[in-house]
Design a protein around this ligand. Structure first.
Ligand code: 5AD
Ligand code: SF4
Length: 437
């Protein structure tokens, strides 16, 4: 039997929901009396909270496990958590004998018991998706960044043909309204000024007749919460009530992440996306009618099986039509068990590389144009952290731009600023003093 662990470190990869889960795992282990140590430091327990969305992300989990061996040949207790753990279960232990614990995203509330089992020489695996949600067994939130995440919905019923999420995160489940509002209040009490409501398909959140727009309106009532965001939305599920909330809920930020994945209708059909380019563009139009300054962001996959040059050009075209304020783009990665992995006409790597580069250039151009369009705008900044230079801080604009300003205001402060210059990845601003206002 080993000495009981005293310190831990959690490392999260992938999406914002993993960041949220990683925070909650840290709170859970802290409650058990373990002390959190920094990223580079040695810890008795290391939790790798992994992502399975693309092959590269999944492989990273195993290379990170390998790197945990210490120079003297010993190693920490290693818990593989997150979506790789869910997808691979006991297989993970075969692939890497250094892994002590395998725990899926719906089972991590049981980590303390699993650590105890592991101390007795066991190698527990828990990838259950229990009927009783983990949330009931997690400790109350203790601290929050000025911008905090709050998971409201998990899982996905859409089954896009490229995607592992329905397998790793399971079916759509919504957390109860009262639990979410209570957690949001608590986050406000411990320092959050902005809350991002998270869900794999956040528009699918519903509880006892309430929908996401109702939830946003309730969170907007909470004293101390100044800003609300939500992600990730599905284009087929953006309802009128949510769009209307953008017109009249002042705390709801003018930023919408609405992945389209491709600008080609035949590729969208092969992806089983349940929307067309036309319905997508119509939704964007309605959103902009409700909130003309809305920043739109998106995700794209290049090189989906069967994607022709013409299909790809249609993707470039929709980027121009939407004028994205920012967007993420990925090379298609075949995932085990998904229908697209078995499709014919897989696109060669070199073609994917070339298309990805062209898409990046197009997206960068629009991002810069969007940022430049805000120069000369007076706005509010939520300070998130100190800047690289002394006397400088970095905050976020309502449009989620990262803005550098000369100020010594602490994180969580709302600053009245003038945006003065724009680059592709960040902006500069100047604080407006009371006199100048
Ligand atoms: N290959 C490449 N990108 C993918 N995504 C999801 N699955 C895959 C895959 N198999 C992308 C989508 C999604 C984002 C989170 O990751 O663009 O919106
Ligand atoms: Fe990655 Fe998807 Fe799991 Fe998030 S839900 S960690 S994006 S596989």
């Amino acid at each position: 039997m080993n000495a009981p662990p005293k310190t831990f470190r959690v490392k999260s990869f992938g999406c914002q929901m993993n960041v949220y889960d990683g925070d909650r795992i840290a709170e859970l282990l802290t409650e058990q009396g373990l002390a959190s140590v920094g990223d580079g430091d040695d810890a008795d327990v290391v939790v790798l909270n992994t992502c399975h969305i693309r092959e590269k992300a999944a492989d990273k989990a195993y290379s990170d496990v390998g790197r945990l061996k210490r120079e003297d040949g010993t190693r920490p207790t290693i818990a593989l958590a997150g979506c790789v753990a869910q997808a691979e279960g006991a297989e993970a232990k075969k692939r890497s004998p250094m892994i002590d614990i395998v725990v899926g995203p719906q089972a991590y509330h049981r980590l303390p018991q699993m650590l105890a089992q592991s101390a007795l020489g066991g190698r527990p695996v828990d990838t259950d998706m229990p009927a009783i949600s983990k949330f009931a067994s997690l400790p109350e939130r203790r601290r929050a960044n000025p911008s905090a995440f709050l998971t409201v919905q998990e899982g996905c019923d859409k089954f896009c043909t490229y995607c592992v999420v329905p397998y790793t995160r399971g079916a759509e489940v919504s957390r109860p309204f009262a639990d979410i509002v209570a957690e949001a209040r608590r986050l406000a009490d411990v320092g959050a000024r902005e809350i991002t409501l998270l869900g794999q398909n956040v528009n699918a959140w519903e509880h006892e007749g309430r929908d996401l727009a109702d939830l946003i309106r309730a969170v907007a009532e909470i004293h101390g919460i100044e800003r609300i965001r939500y992600t990730t939305s599905h284009p087929a599920d953006m309802n009128e009530a949510l769009i209307a909330a953008h017109a009249d809920v002042g705390k709801l930020m003018p930023y919408l992440h609405l992945p389209v994945q491709s600008g080609s209708d035949s590729i969208l059909a092969a992806m089983n996306r349940s929307h067309s380019t036309e319905s997508y563009l119509r939704t964007i139009e309605k959103v902009r009618e409700a909130r003309p300054d809305m920043a739109i962001s998106g995700d794209f996959i290049v090189g989906f099986p069967g994607e022709t040059e013409e299909d790809f050009e249609a993707t470039l075209h929709i980027v121009d039509e939407v004028r994205y304020a920012s967007a993420y783009s990925f090379k298609y990665s075949p995932r085990p068990g998904t229908p697209a992995a078995a499709m014919e006409d897989q696109v060669p790597g070199e073609i994917m590389d070339e298309r990805l580069q062209r898409l990046h250039e197009r997206i960068d151009r629009h991002r810069l144009a969007f940022n430049r369009s805000k120069v000369g705008t007076r706005t509010q900044l939520l300070v998130e952290r100190p800047g690289r230079r002394l006397g400088q801080v970095i905050g976020r604009s309502p449009w989620l731009q990262s803005v550098h300003v000369e100020s010594d205001a602490p994180p969580g402060t709302m600053l009245d600023v003038m945006l003065t210059s724009a680059g592709p990845n960040s902006m500069s601003g100047a604080v407006r003093t009371a006199e100048a206002a």
